[in-house]
Each structure stands twice: as structure tokens, then as C-alpha cells.
Design a protein around this ligand. Structure first.
Ligand SMILES: [Zn+2]
Length: 352
């Protein structure tokens, strides 16, 4: 009796608490984001002007904030509510996560410990990607190894191979003058030249966050990390690149796949440039291999929930022998990174 009374009392308290929270929630959120209703004939430009925003500074943020409610080619729909960007950036810069920033000018060498002993020194060879900012997100990591395969008696985990390619890509982009944020990070792996990459679980999320096991929490954590940086770098050319080695495509399809947000024309363009680059490279290096890679839109969490233009790449599948065989060879991982970098340079030149 006593116990059940207590139970009822605490349930009542929880309900009361929920009622209070729900009652106050709209006030809290509306204080943070200002919403306005578009009039007939409004475009983003006229709307931002009307509310006193600098159009060049806030255009990208506005599009990012309202992606879901924009019409074709980012037109505004009359009668629809749109969020206005915050007046100022609200990012706590921490020193824990070092940003891989470009050095001034070429001919310099910059040291980034994240690439490991052998590859830590990065020579800056060109200015080609000056002004471009990349958020590189290697899939899975921490407690989640991603897809797990077996090859020659070795256990091969997706997250390690995705991370190795991601580091190689990061290093290439920096060599060409880009600013790169490595979002999934490992304190001691570096770029590895072994075939079989040791499985560990000490990856963390930029700047210094423990990766949760829960999938939704994990994806939200990395999306939040990207979005905070996106806000800080507003106005700049920015890309989120997610790299995986498992496949969502049906059946026996194995190849390199590129996904973009269905609301993003630029994302589609970027993904197509990357796909075309791979197609061209395969024709050059393995004529007759055939290439079945595709570009498509998919409701992938990190693509939908991050603000920069995003491309999500599946390099293959850790459960397919042919893909494992390809990716356990370090020079192949480097070739993939080189091709991705080449495609991203093309994307920067075309879409900036
Ligand atoms: Zn994956």
C-alpha cells in the first residue's frame, strides 16, 4: 500500500513536470529562433533585407536553417514560416580539438600529429583549395566498429578502413591549401600502411567528445559538431564529407556510391563530380572493369541534419570479398583518397 502510494505520487510529479516543461517549451524556443511568414512574391533576398540582415552574410545560414521548407531553387513559399538566423555566432571554441588549418603560402611544412609519426609533416604544395573548408566524418568509430568482415582469418572493421581513407583525404586536401576538420578522430592510429588495421575503440568526436554507443546519439553528436563549426565559418565554401565502407544498396551491388540530400542541388552536383571522377579513374587504371557507382539521394541522418553541402560516400562493403581485397591494400586506400581529393578540387572550382 505504502509503496503503491509512493508510486502514484511520483508518477503524478512526473506528469506535472512534463506539463510544465511542455508549457514553457514554446517560449524557450521562440526566444532563440525568430520566425517570419513569407509574403507572396518574397524571395530570400527581399525577406532578409526586410529584416535588416546582410544578405551575403546570412544567405547560406538561412538556406541551411530552412532547407525543408524551401521550394525549387530555394524559392520561398508564400504563407510558410521561415526561421531567421541568429544575430551572432554561438560557438564555444575549444582548444582540445586542433583544427587542421592551412599554412600561409606554399612551400611550407605543417605538422599534424593526427596523421601519425610517418605522415605528420604535411608539405603545403598549392593554394588550389584556399578558402575551402571540409568536415570529414569517417563512419562509426568509438564503441561502434560498423560493418565487420572476415578476410584470411583476420577480422576487418569498417570504421578503421573508413578512418584511414579519411585521414589520407584530409592530408591531401591540406596539401592543396584547404582547411580541414577531422570530425571522427583517433588519438594514435595515424595513417597506417598495414593491410590489416588493428581494431580499437578509442576514436572520439571533435573536439574531444566520447562517442556514444546509441546510434541516434552518435549521429546527432557528429552532426552537432559539424553544425557548430559551420556557423563559425559562415559565408565560406564548406563541405561535409562522410565516408563509409558498408553498403545500403540492395542485393549484390558493390561499388562506390555517392549520396546527397534531395533538397540540395549543390550536393547533387558535388556528388556527381565525385562519381564522374571515379568513373574516369577506373577507365584509366582498370579499363574493362566497368563501374557501377551511382549518385542518389537518401534520407541519411548526417546528410539531412548537417548544414554544409554534404556528400556521403560508400567505398564498398566490408562484407564483400572483392571490396575487402581492394581496401586492405594501403596503396589502394591512397588511390581512393587521391581520387576523392581530385573530385573535390573540381567541385570547388565549379561550385564556389
Ligand atoms: Zn558505415
Amino acid at each position: 500500500m505504502f509503496v503503491s502510494n509512493l508510486h502514484i505520487k511520483s508518477r503524478f510529479q512526473i506528469i506535472l513536470f512534463l506539463v510544465l516543461i511542455t508549457a514553457f517549451l514554446p517560449i524557450i524556443t521562440s526566444a532563440q529562433t525568430k520566425e517570419v511568414v513569407a509574403k507572396k512574391g518574397d524571395g530570400i533576398y527581399s525577406l532578409l533585407k526586410r529584416y535588416g540582415y546582410s544578405v551575403t552574410e546570412t544567405m547560406e545560414d538561412f538556406i541551411a536553417l530552412n532547407k525543408e521548407n524551401l521550394g525549387k531553387n530555394n524559392t520561398l513559399l508564400a504563407g510558410v514560416k521561415y526561421k531567421l538566423p541568429d544575430g551572432e555566432t554561438a560557438v564555444n571554441e575549444t582548444t582540445a580539438g586542433k583544427t587542421e588549418k592551412p599554412a600561409e603560402g606554399t612551400g611550407k611544412t605543417v605538422r599534424y600529429e593526427i596523421f601519425g609519426k610517418e605522415k605528420a609533416d604535411v608539405p603545403i604544395e598549392s593554394n588550389t583549395l584556399n578558402g575551402a573548408i571540409y568536415y570529414l566524418v569517417a563512419g562509426h568509430g568509438g564503441p561502434d566498429p560498423g560493418a565487420v568482415g572476415k578476410y584470411n582469418g583476420h577480422t576487418v572493421c569498417e570504421d578503421e578502413y573508413a578512418y584511414d581513407v579519411t585521414l589520407r583525404l584530409a592530408r591531401n586536401l591540406i596539401m592543396d591549401g584547404a582547411t580541414v576538420y577531422i570530425i571522427t578522430r583517433d588519438p594514435n592510429d595515424g595513417i597506417r600502411e598495414e593491410n590489416y588495421l588493428k581494431v580499437d575503440h578509442d576514436e572520439y568526436c571533435y573536439p574531444k567528445q566520447t562517442i556514444p554507443l546509441n546510434q541516434t546519439k552518435r549521429l546527432r553528436q557528429r552532426s552537432d559538431a559539424v553544425n557548430a563549426l559551420y556557423k563559425k565559418n559562415r559565408g565560406a565554401f564548406q563541405r561535409m564529407i562522410a565516408i563509409h565502407v558498408d553498403s545500403r544498396s540492395q542485393g549484390e551491388n558493390i561499388d562506390v556510391f555517392f549520396y546527397h540530400d534531395k533538397r540540395s542541388d549543390t550536393g547533387k552536383k558535388a556528388a556527381t563530380i565525385l562519381k564522374d571522377t571515379f568513373q574516369k579513374k577506373y577507365q584509366e587504371h582498370q579499363p574493362g572493369r566497368g563501374y557501377g557507382g551511382t549518385v542518389s539521394d537518401r534520407g541519411l541522418y548526417v546528410v539531412r541534419n548537417t548544414w554544409p553541402v554534404a556528400v556521403y560516400i560508400e567505398l564498398g562493403n566490408m562484407n564483400h570479398e572483392r571490396d575487402i581485397k581492394r581496401l586492405i591494400i594501403p596503396t589502394n586506400r591512397q588511390a581512393v583518397a587521391n581520387w576523392l581529393a581530385e573530385g573535390l578540387i573540381q567541385d570547388f572550382k565549379t561550385n564556389k
